[in-house]
Design a protein around this ligand. Structure first.
Ligand SMILES: *Cc1c(COP(=O)(O)O)cnc(C)c1O
Length: 400
């Protein structure tokens, strides 16, 4: 992604100097960009009548839920805790939950928080569906349209061969009964990852082919997440056309539940250079932030995040690896051509750091968790939470 676009929220702010008062490493959530994303999502909902939920697994910094709530229909949860968080922190809005398998000992409590419950298998629908229906919930089943539109990372492809995610038409035919199908209010699919509306169009054709006979009996269709709706070049006209068509063709309510798109480019990870090393001509700036701990998707996905102070890759001057202070040899965020040679004490700023970071980080190597700040429209910082030794120790044994 274009550096200017990623860091647009910092224009006119004299970054990175504006971050000087903050102790690093820290995440800074950009309220202005969150609001811009919210407005874009709300416009899609307005134009089409679809309803859009925040997938909390990508972004669950609930201090910003009041800011986002006016633009959204509610939250989507991956299980009990996220469902409770959505119910508590975005009160009065819808709470949807999808989990690959619900637990008997939690299901009663889940019913207190969620209003839409999506099952991942016919067996789970059979186990919990009646109880959910009797407590007034809207019931859904996740389908697997067996349509991979992404290449390269199977780990993020719910349609990869043998996937446990969603009921294929073959499994439906094998296991579904009239009685169980009668419990269903909606179908749900989630197959995309950082994709455009063209991939949704391809997927919808597969959904129609596999489940077109069932959809007219449904009240809603949830098209999952992975729609990169707030990215500059996303084709929202096509998205809106597809949503309208689905709603008219099958006479149902469409839901979308993006995570990334809600907080895309709405956060920064501010870090300080601690040391600079050289080995065999390769120069490395060792930072006070760790890819493995503080931006785990860099290693898992993998990807190289945007940087305010340089460009990813080795085309250019001042080529340095940026790496963490942990003992993991592979704790490398990437190779960058920096705007200037890094010195200990310099501040660097990674972009697009609001998503899959604060909700996914860890304390491997005894690394501290970065503090979390909000940055308002005027560039004022507000510390939301901070972490210390007790947060590291408390996860490992008896509480102090
Ligand atoms: C991950 C996930 C989402 C959100 O995906 P993004 O790529 O962050 O938009 C939505 N729904 C389900 C079921 C998911 O697993």
């Amino acid at each position: 992604m274009d550096r200017q676009e990623v860091f647009r929220g910092l224009s006119g702010r004299n970054a990175p100097a504006c971050f000087a008062p903050l102790r690093t490493p820290c995440y800074v959530v950009d309220e202005k960009r969150l609001e811009e994303n919210g407005r874009i999502l709300a416009s899609v909902a307005e134009h089409t009548g679809c309803r859009i939920l925040l997938a909390q697994k990508a972004f669950s910094n609930y201090d910003f839920y009041p800011l986002l709530a006016p633009y959204l229909a509610g939250t989507e949860a991956s299980g009990l805790y996220e469902a409770r968080l959505g119910a508590e922190e975005m009160p009065g809005k819808e709470v949807h939950v999808f989990c690959a398998a619900y637990r008997e000992d939690e299901f009663g409590e889940l019913l207190r928080y969620a209003d839409h419950i999506v099952f991942n298998s016919v067996r789970q629908l059979k186990q919990f569906g009646t109880a959910a229906k009797e407590s007034g919930k809207s019931i859904g089943l996740r389908i697997n349209p067996e349509c991979s539109t992404q290449e390269g990372h199977d780990i993020y492809d719910p349609c990869a061969k043998g996937s446990r995610l969603g009921v294929t038409r073959e499994a439906w035919n094998r296991e579904m009964t009239e009685e169980l199908a009668g419990l269903l209010d909606g179908l749900h699919f989630h197959t995309l990852c950082e994709q455009g509306a063209d991939a949704l169009e391809t997927t919808l054709a597969a959904v129609e082919k596999g489940f077109g006979d069932i959809l007219p009996r449904m009240k809603w269709l949830n098209m999952g997440g992975g729609h990169h709706i707030t990215r500059e070049d996303y084709d929202r006209t096509l998205l809106e056309k597809l949503i309208r068509r689905a709603q008219e063709q099958w006479n149902l309510q469409v839901y979308l539940e993006p995570g990334e798109a809600v907080a895309l480019n709405a956060g920064y990870l501010v870090t300080t250079v601690l040391d600079v090393t050289e080995n065999g001509g390769i120069r490395t700036a060792v930072l006070d932030t760790s890819a493995a701990c503080h931006m785990p998707d860099v290693i898992e996905m993998p990807y190289i995040p945007p940087l305010l102070n340089g460009e990813p890759g080795n085309a250019g001057e001042n080529v340095f690896r940026l790496a963490g202070p942990t003992c993991l040899a592979g704790d490398v965020t990437g190779e960058y051509s920096l705007d200037s040679e890094p010195e200990p004490g310099d501040r660097l700023v990674f972009g697009d750091m609001a998503i899959y970071t604060t909700c996914k980080n860890n304390t491997f190597n005894g690394m501290p968790l970065p503090d979390i700040y909000g940055m308002d429209r005027n560039g004022q910082f507000r510390k939301l939470t901070g972490f210390g030794y007790a947060d590291f120790k408390g996860r490992l044994g008896k509480k102090a």
